[in-house]
Write a protein that binds this ligand. Structure first.
Ligand code: SAM
Length: 490
């Protein structure tokens, strides 16, 4: 049953017929959709855009042929049609057992409900390649991984999550997506607000009362209350203040919730406009298909987009976008300012020359990367991340950055499981063991696998050409190095 007060409000706000249609839609099955990993499915679209160019760059829309080629490489999924507002999104005809699909474990796609994929569309006219994006409320990482694909290796995504346990899941998803351009931080938004004007895009996917989840997650109905709506609205106000501080002039703010009520949606924007005033200006219009079922609106300079499940094929969702006004005197990004509070001790150390040479062997673009050591693990960072990781780690806990490459033993790298997922892994660095579906599932369960596909020593384990992890053959035995924390449980 839907909460009674919710139903009353919806009937009052939307009118009887529209309100009833919404309530009925919340009792129908949710569509299932995935977002393909462009670099792992051959959909990769590179643009030459650099941040700061005047010309808006259209998001790289793959051609229909590229789409068909990509989905053909994912035979365990039954594709229905593409998600119209997402260049990498596909509806599935039915929900498969993702657990039994090796491509799921390889990070070839992310299971993401379709409405949420719309945030990428909002950046259609923004030069994202090479941009710095802050995803302030990021776990479990659906939107973070989307932003990571948009900004590419020259860009940077800082994904923050306040809840430690959820942040660990976020870091797992970032590792599996494997772009090597994402930093995961844990904490309140304030230290990120203190990175004044550092980011080109700040996304607030706000904690909310979750009315849009009433269909997908039946338990969320029991957790809903009017009091919680007020509490969420207050929290959203605080988060938006920090988000605004973190955004550079000319930068783009995306605000989203998965709830329908005005107080947390338009209301949050109105309250923000009361203090931010004319610093907020409209962003360029984005194209919206008439048959997408999205209800478009405006709150001052904010353009707003609402997804009702009886109109659009996705869960309930609200998104808004605006820009921070350009000022003639200062239209650029800042460097990260010195922290006012006591700095955290940096745990980052440089690696010695020999270690750098060994690490470089494992990646396709070593000249673009810097290798450092954190605790006893070697990490690889692209140039765009190095400064940011150092400065952020002085302000709040950084639990993952770039790509974890592994540990050095007697000058040789024992690869970290994350390195297998990394899109910049140099496959020539070690033999590749290509497994069939049955052996691959045994590997993912951490069971014994037949040795014949493996060369002596360390191997990259693949299924359908996509990397799953590492294993070491010693004589007739194969040491399965798939992490216990990721293994498929029977
Ligand atoms: N963006 C995520 C995605 O696409 O996968 C979903 C984010 S979820 C809607 C909101 C997140 O905000 C939750 O993970 C929640 O723990 C976090 N959160 C809660 N309170 C917060 C706060 N005060 N500041 C920042 N994040 C908060």
């Amino acid at each position: 049953m839907l909460p009674e007060r919710f139903v009353q409000r919806v009937l009052r706000d939307l009118g009887a017929s529209e309100g009833r249609a919404l309530c009925e839609a919340l009792d129908t099955p949710s569509p299932v959709a995935v977002r393909l990993h462009p670099d792992k499915t051959g959909l990769s679209v590179r643009t030459d855009a650099t941040v700061g160019t005047e010309t808006p760059v259209a998001a790289g829309i793959p051609t229909p042929d590229a789409f068909c080629g990509a989905v053909a490489t994912l035979p365990d999924l039954t594709f229905d049609r593409s998600v119209p507002w997402s260049p990498w999104g596909w509806y599935l005809a039915q929900r498969p057992s993702f657990t039994l699909d090796t491509d799921f474990h390889a990070g070839a796609y992310y299971v993401q409900e379709p409405s949420s994929q719309f945030v990428g569309h909002l950046l259609q006219n923004v030069p994202t390649a090479g941009a710095r994006i802050l995803d302030l409320c990021a776990a479990p990482g659906g939107k973070t991984t989307l932003y990571a694909s948009l900004v590419g290796a020259d860009g940077l995504v800082v994904a923050n999550e306040i809840d430690r346990r959820r942040a660990a899941v976020l870091a797992d998803n970032v590792r599996k997506w494997g772009m090597g351009n994402t930093i995961v931080t844990v904490g309140e938004p304030r230290p990120l607000g203190d990175c004044k004007a550092f980011f080109d895009v700040v996304a607030v996917d706000a904690p909310c009362s979750g009315e849009g989840m009433f269909r997908k997650d039946i338990d969320s109905r029991a957790e809903w209350s009017e009091n919680n709506v007020h509490q969420c609205a207050r929290r959203q106000d605080e988060i938006l203040r920090e988000a605004w501080r973190a955004l550079r002039v000319g930068g783009t703010l995306i605000y989203s919730t998965c709830t329908f009520n005005r107080e947390e949606d338009e209301g949050s924007l109105e309250r923000m406009l009361a203090w931010a005033g004319d610093e907020v200006v409209s962003s360029n219009e984005v194209a919206i298909g008439e048959d997408w079922g999205i209800v478009c609106g405006e709150v001052g300079p904010f353009r707003t987009y609402r997804f009702y499940p009886h109109r659009a094929c996705g869960e309930g969702f609200f998104a808004a976008v605006a820009r921070k006004a350009e000022r003639m005197d200062n239209a650029s990004r800042s460097r990260l300012p010195k922290s006012q509070s006591k700095l955290r001790r940096s745990v980052v150390a440089p690696v010695d020359r020999a270690a750098g040479v060994e690490a470089a062997r494992w990646v396709t673009e070593p000249d673009r990367m810097e290798f450092v050591s954190i605790a006893d693990t070697v990490y690889g960072w692209y140039g765009a991340q190095a400064e940011a990781v150092r400065m952020l780690s002085e302000r709040l806990p950084v639990i993952y950055s770039g790509v974890a490459m592994g540990q050095l033993f007697k000058g040789r790298l024992k690869p970290d499981p994350a390195l297998a997922f990394f899109t910049g892994l140099n496959r020539a660095a070690l033999p590749v063991a290509e497994l069939d579906a049955e052996q691959a599932l045994r590997y993912l369960r951490r069971q014994d696998v037949a040795a014949d596909a493996f060369a002596e020593g360390m191997n990259l384990v693949c299924a359908r050409g996509r990397a799953l992890g590492f294993a070491k053959r010693i004589g007739i035995r194969v040491n399965n190095l798939y992490p216990n924390s990721l293994r498929i449980l029977n």
